[in-house]
Design a protein around this ligand. Sequence first.
Ligand code: S3P
Length: 175
Amino acid sequence: MKKIFLIGYMGCGKSSLGRKLAKAGGMEFMDMDSIIEQREGASISDIFHYQGEEYFRDAERALIEELGTAEGDMVISTGGGAPAWQNNMELMNSLGATIYLRRTAQQIASRLSPHGRQKRPKLRGLNDEELVAFMTTNMAEREPFYSKAKYCVDCAERSDAELIDYILQIVKENE
Ligand code: S3P
């Protein structure tokens, strides 16, 4: 059973790339944020607002354990904050291949639509300047966790198709 965990900052492309990667590799695609939203019957913003971040982080952690030990080959797109909670990186590393999709704050800011900012409680309401400043600081805090990934992939210079080939190749070589 193969499990590929895609990790990285909000807006780096974990979900969109993950869907294509799963298709190319003949694996199932699991988007953790979407699964939690479906199960809770609430948006991530509402979960943060009404239940609190800790509740969300506990749900994320339980889901990592559940998916990581489930039957079948899966590409699992994680939420950007999951690696920085408890020992989730160690947990994911013990359950499968962790791939850090690295992009700079500038690149991510230019990719994020207004809706993309609005639906993320941590980015909501920030103007362009505040967004880059917040992300730069927050990414630096998370980098020590992200960099525990088994593979770190620089995304800037690669198309999605190249990224998919590259990730499938490194995972295969290290099986
Ligand atoms: C978060 C990232 C989001 C989502 C929540 C918190 C974070 O996921 O889990 O808004 O703390 O970085 P994406 O990385 O898919 O945006």
